[in-house]
Design a protein around this ligand. Structure first.
Ligand code: SAH
Length: 239
């Protein structure tokens, strides 16, 4: 069934106004009609069966009928990825959402090529990916910050899976040994991390430096792979 993410509250009988784009999608692409059902979630109130209550010129109005699944959360794993070229970043955001990342941060590293990031576009990709994949929230995407600043303000209770293309421990065993809890996965840019960055990252007490195998992966592949391994090691695939 069709799933839509909305920002409004969901409770019995509430009126829900999707965006104009969503309304067009419902009536023009999916050809829904008055009284047809769809699923709606807002990241807080679980998943709801809603019906089309009104079809207006300016979009449709939905009515929340009943909660069909209670709210669930994804594991507390963030992806922190260097700004890479647009298609790779978009791929990484889509796949990280599917793979259950709770939050996605963008970082500028020593070897990051400076480029403009369309956050609104990445938000839209995350939203569509969450709708399609059945999760009940959409990961927040944080605007680009410098890696050094992110590390300066690090909460030491959050472990860091530093994906190091120059070598580290095999990922699954290393993450399992470090244990469950909040984690962030760090992926570098096309040019890799600088020696200074590597040195600093390795010395941090919350860091686990891991290898993703003997081949050098592109950043988007590395992000997807690291999340997969993390989920299998200590995430909700491991339960
Ligand atoms: N230009 C670099 C590769 C960068 S790949 C080089 O030739 O060495 C982009 C990022 O993906 C890396 O910074 C790292 O975070 C991750 N990555 C790619 N392959 C990896 C591997 N085999 N093990 C761990 N991390 C990897």
């Amino acid at each position: 069934m069709i799933r839509l993410y909305v920002t409004t509250e969901l409770s019995p009988g509430t009126a829900v106004a999707p965006t104009l784009d969503q309304s067009r999608y419902l009536t023009q692409v999916m050809r829904l009609k008055l009284a047809d059902d769809l699923l709606v979630f807002n990241g807080r109130d679980g998943e709801w069966r809603c019906s089309i209550a009104e079809v207006l010129k300016k979009g449709v109005l939905l009515r929340a009928e009943e909660q069909v699944r209670p709210q669930t959360t994804v594991p507390d794993v963030h992806l922190l990825i260097a700004v890479v070229k647009k298609s790779a970043l978009e791929f990484a955001v889509e796949k990280a959402t599917e793979l259950g990342s709770a939050r996605i941060g963008l970082v500028q590293t020593d070897r990051t090529q400076v480029q403009h990031v369309r956050l609104d576009r990445l938000d839209a990709i995350a939203m569509e990916s969450a709708e399609q994949t059945g999760r009940m929230d959409v990961p927040v995407i944080d605007a680009t910050r410098r890696l050094t600043e992110v590390l300066d303000g690090w909460d030491a209770t959050r472990k860091l899976m530093f994906c190091n293309e120059t070598g580290g421990q095999p990922a699954i065993a290393a993450v399992q040994a470090a244990g469950a809890g909040p984690w962030t996965i760090l992926i570098g840019p096309e040019g890799g991390f600088s020696p200074d960055e590597r040195e600093r990252l390795r010395a941090l007490p919350f860091t686990t430096a891991v290898s993703l195998g003997p081949r050098v992966l592109r950043a988007d592949t590395a992000a997807t792979t690291a999340l997969t391994l993390w989920q299998a090691a200590v995430g909700d695939w491991a339960r």
